[in-house]
Design a protein around this ligand. Structure first.
Ligand SMILES: Cc1ncc(COP(=O)(O)O)c(C=O)c1O
Length: 425
């Protein structure tokens, strides 16, 4: 039994799933091959319990635009640690961050600080429900594990009261008609429309403008979940990138480069109503997250090219990866935006698709690269990093060229096939 498997055996005795986040579950990768636990990280690199070094294309699921243990951000955070991490009364730095956000994000007149993305989306939805006096929510993707959101996701909604499905309705990205239909089906009942401005799909035919118009025509509030797009698409978020300003916005992940912080922000006339709903938590105003966010924004402003560079490097990666995949007739393509490429495997059979994906993960891992289907490009990545990933992919692709037989791929796996995303293996 190798060191990874031994660790997993012990971890599973004390930690359910041996991880805290679905995307980090060992089953999401190749058990036996992919590192199972990390002991340190710096820049764009991770070191696992076996002391092996990996170039990280996942960046802790998004936060680390400036990389792990960034000296400038950590210096500011250490200074703050010496002044206390959380106080009995509001921290003066909250005002500094709220003012900075207001200066860089178009729709951020007032802000409320929390810790996780879950808290931000839940708080924003509650606020919209209160303002409109309506209970129903229209959504279009993942917004966290909380009941109102995850209730409609089969495979992930165990333990969630079924009755909640009556209040949450999914519409389809790039299909404004699907939202219009919901408003017609539930007249004057939908108070909040929440969506990520973009993800693997790009908004086409003025989709975001249309969603905003439909939402307002029916008297609801529009919430952008900018957990992933925030500080990645542009410093002002996807709302600046697409020039569509929502009523409320939720930020998290990359706004504080690895320190916990999330934000509900929006127009003052709506945010002032925050006084009337109960959104409150002990660690709200956590000074380390706030300090890190202030420093992150300041660095982004002074560098000036952070988002441009992530788009450029990521788009180069997408283009070159797809060229190699095409030349070698591989059933995988990168889609989405430079700062967040997403790999689509074009094999209809889910098990075969997972075998193919697992083989890719394994071969990247063997070459010292942590690769997943949901990739994050940071300012910390250099062109040489991406070129080394492309070089590895070229090798993998040419070895794969004559092996489209999934039985062969399965036999070449030195670990378990990655599990489906929804259900625990
Ligand atoms: C779009 C989106 N919204 C909300 C969340 C939830 O954020 P958190 O995991 O910080 O609670 C995530 C997390 O992956 C996300 O990607």
């Amino acid at each position: 039994m190798n060191k990874k498997l031994k660790y997993l055996q012990s971890a599973k005795k004390f930690i359910p799933s041996a991880a805290q986040t679905l995307s980090k579950y060992p089953e999401q990768y190749v058990i036996g091959v992919t590192p199972v636990a990390i002991t340190r990280a710096r820049g764009a690199y991770l070191w696992d319990i076996e002391g092996r070094k990996y170039l990280d294309l996942v960046l802790a699921l998004g936060p680390m635009i400036f990389g792990y243990a960034n000296p400038r951000i950590d210096r500011a955070v250490k200074k703050q640690i010496a002044r206390g991490t959380i106080y009995s009364l509001p921290a003066a730095k909250e005002l500094e961050l709220a003012q900075l956000l207001s200066a860089v994000v178009p729709g951020a007149e007032m802000s409320r600080f929390l810790l996780s993305g879950n808290e931000a989306t839940s708080g924003a939805v509650r606020l919209a429900r209160h303002i409109t006096g309506r209970d129903h929510v229209a959504k279009c993707g993942y917004h966290g594990f909380q009941d109102w959101s995850i209730c409609t996701k089969e495979g992930r909604n165990a333990g969630v009261p079924k009755i909640l499905k009556k209040l949450t309705h999914d519409f389809i990205y790039n299909d404004p008609g699907s939202l219009e239909k919901l408003f017609r089906k539930y007249p004057k009942q939908i108070g909040a429309v929440i969506l990520e401005p973009a993800s693997s799909e790009k908004p086409n035919d003025r989709f975001l403008q249309k969603i905003k118009a439909i939402t307002h025509r029916h008297g609801a509030l529009l919430i952008f979940d900018e957990m992933v797009t925030g500080f990645r698409w542009s410093l002002g978020g996807a709302q600046e990138y697409y020039r569509v300003i929502p009523d409320l916005t939720c930020f998290g992940k990359a706004i504080s480069n690895g320190y916990p912080l999330s934000v509900i922000t929006g127009h003052a006339k709506f945010m002032k109503k925050m006084d009337e709903v109960f959104v409150s938590t002990t660690f709200g105003g956590y000074t380390l997250g706030i300090t890190a966010a202030i420093e992150t924004i300041k660095m982004m402003r002074s560098l000036g090219n952070v988002q441009r560079q992530m788009h450029k490097l990521g788009n180069y990666f997408i283009k070159e990866f797809n060229k190699i995949a095409e030349q070698n007739q591989l059933p995988a393509r990168l889609t989405g935006y430079g700062p967040h490429p997403i790999m689509k495997v074009t094999i209809a059979n889910d098990y075969e698709a997972r075998i193919f994906k697992s083989y890719l993960y394994q071969e990247f891992n063997r070459r010292g690269i942590l690769f997943s289907a949901s990739l994050m490009i940071g300012y910390v990545h250099k062109k040489s990093d991406i070129n080394s990933v492309l070089k590895a992919f070229r090798e993998i692709a040419s070895a794969l060229k004559n092996h489209h037989d999934y039985k062969y791929l399965k036999s070449a796996l030195q670990g378990q096939v990655a599990a489906p995303r929804n259900v625990r293996a």
